[in-house]
Design a protein around this ligand. Structure first.
Ligand code: GDP
Ligand code: IMO
Ligand code: MG
Length: 424
């Protein structure tokens, strides 16, 4: 076996952390391919909750090697914090964490400018983690990479050049205090000393692992509808969470990809701004948020909630090549008497053929729903498909029918054992 991609098929927070952790049991390597500490991947073990932002969700399995790929943007503060937290839990990271020398660094000015821009009227609702600005610098070829930390002179030279530009912006446009180069240099030197043992050519490592027949999971962050190319631009993140991102973000060839699993909630959520056709803004939305504990794992913001959008999922499946779905949080829907699935969009009175990614159209589409009777039964302790109430099975079958994708994992609670895995 070679690489299996596990990615968010909606707007993020689908439960990727739980599913990657669960599927890491017989895996050699878990590799994160994009995003940064904007991600919050939750894993619940023995009733304790752990939230990972940068370190791959396979880290709780002692034999799994975790790779942070070149496509990830790394915030030293967030990474060191996470390493420390794991070490405090007694988890051995040495020889188990590999960081790409080609990954770009998030610098203090990225976080500052991200937060300053978010004060403007047309804000995206970012996580404020400096993600967009770091990818801007990567694209404009002024970014600073992990490998640049190796040589103090090169690092300082690049930093001084960047800070000159950013300081002008801070001073003249935003009227905030300028940043101090020396302070940043010394902070990043300290960071380099700690992470030095983990830095390597991860693309080479992964390609050798593929040749050796190792089992690899490529873990996506965010979700397909937040993809910079295929999502609801400009209300997106600045990377490619879609399956193509796994190849560029890890340096592995498309031919090494064996399968693609999409993780999707049994309903929909979205944090931040942007169109969300099936959003429930009233009582039902509040109920979904309360029952599903829908608050951001990174920022704590309340998540916007709505019905499952099969029309959007069909699109997500198409651009990602999703072969199977893991449906999470089915247990949350047990609280509802009736449940709806959006099966199509109408725009100007006509049924659309595909999900429109342009915001203006998406904001004015009318979702067409199919209604389902609820099951009003607790699912948390169910371990096999045949335990599930008939109405839950009907609901899952409808998701398969409307999205055209089969379901092979059903998650009925946050813990590892609250999962039903189907063979076919
Ligand atoms: P990720 O970013 O895709 O990893 O997802 P998050 O961790 O941000 O959000 C998913 C939330 O749902 C976390 O709090 C999980 O512990 C929780 N969760 C995952 N699967 C299930 C499930 O099947 N049922 C319930 N009730 N909670 C779940
Ligand atoms: P995980 O991996 C949900 C959203 C933000 C905002 C937009 C841009 O936990 O699923 P950014 O900080 O990336 O520039 O913000 O993307 N966003 C997420 N939403 N889950 C995430 O990660 C997200 N990471 C970013 O809320 O709308
Ligand atoms: Mg999350």
């Amino acid at each position: 076996m070679s690489v299996q991609i596990i990615l968010g098929a909606q707007w993020g927070d689908e439960g990727k952390g739980k599913i990657v952790d669960l599927l890491s049991q017989n895996i050699n390597i878990v590799a994160r391919y994009q995003g940064g500490a904007n991600a919050g991947h939750t894993i619940v073990l023995d009733d304790k909750q752990y939230i990972l932002h940068l370190i791959p969700s396979g880290i709780f399995h002692p034999n799994v090697i975790c790779v942070i790929g070149n496509g990830v943007v790394i915030d030293p503060i967030a990474l060191l914090d996470e390493i420390k937290q794991l070490q405090n839990l007694g988890i051995n990271i040495s020889n188990r964490l590999l960081i790409s020398h080609n990954a770009h660094l998030i610098m203090p000015y990225h976080k500052l400018i991200d937060n300053l821009r978010e004060k403007e009227a047309d804000k995206i609702g970012t996580t404020g983690r400096g993600i967009g600005p770091a990818y801007i610098d990567k694209a404009t070829r002024t970014g600073i990479k992990i490998v640049d930390l190796l040589d103090r002179k090169i690092f300082e030279m690049k930093l001084i050049k960047n800070i000159e530009v950013y300081n002008k912006l801070f001073d003249q446009i935003y009227g905030v205090e300028k940043l101090d180069v020396e302070k940043i240099v010394s902070e990043y030197e300290d960071f380099d000393k700690i992470i030095d043992e983990y830095v390597t050519d991860t693309a080479l490592y992964l390609n050798n692992a593929i040749k050796d027949g190792k089992n690899i999971l490529a873990e996506g962050a965010q979700g397909a509808l937040l993809d910079i190319d295929h999502g609801t631009y400009p209300f997106v993140t600045s990377s490619n969470p879609t399956s193509g991102g796994a190849c560029t973000g890890l340096g592995i060839p498309p031919t090494s990809i064996k399968s693609i699993l999409g993780v999707a909630k049994a309903y929909c959520t979205r944090v931040g701004n942007g169109p969300f056709p099936t959003e429930l803004t009233g009582e039902l939305g509040n109920k979904l948020r309360t029952v599903g504990s829908e608050f951001g794992a990174t920022t704590g913001r309340p998540r916007r909630c709505g019905w499952f959008d099969a029309f959007a999922m069909k699109y997500s499946a198409m651009i990602n090549g999703i072969e199977k779905l893991a449906i999470t949080k089915l247990d949350v829907l047990s609280a509802f008497d009736e449940i709806f699935i959006c099966t199509a969009y109408e725009y100007n009175g006509k049924r659309l053929k595909t999900f429109p990614t342009d915001v203006l159209s998406l904001e004015s589409v009318k979702p067409i729903y199919e209604r389902f009777d609820g099951w009003k039964t607790e699912l948390e302790n169910m371990t096999s498909f045949t335990d599930l109430p008939d109405n839950a099975i009907k609901y899952l079958s409808a998701i398969e029918k409307f999205t055209g994708v089969g379901i092979n994992i059903i998650s009925v609670g946050p813990k590892r054992n609250q999962t039903i895995i189907l063979d076919n």
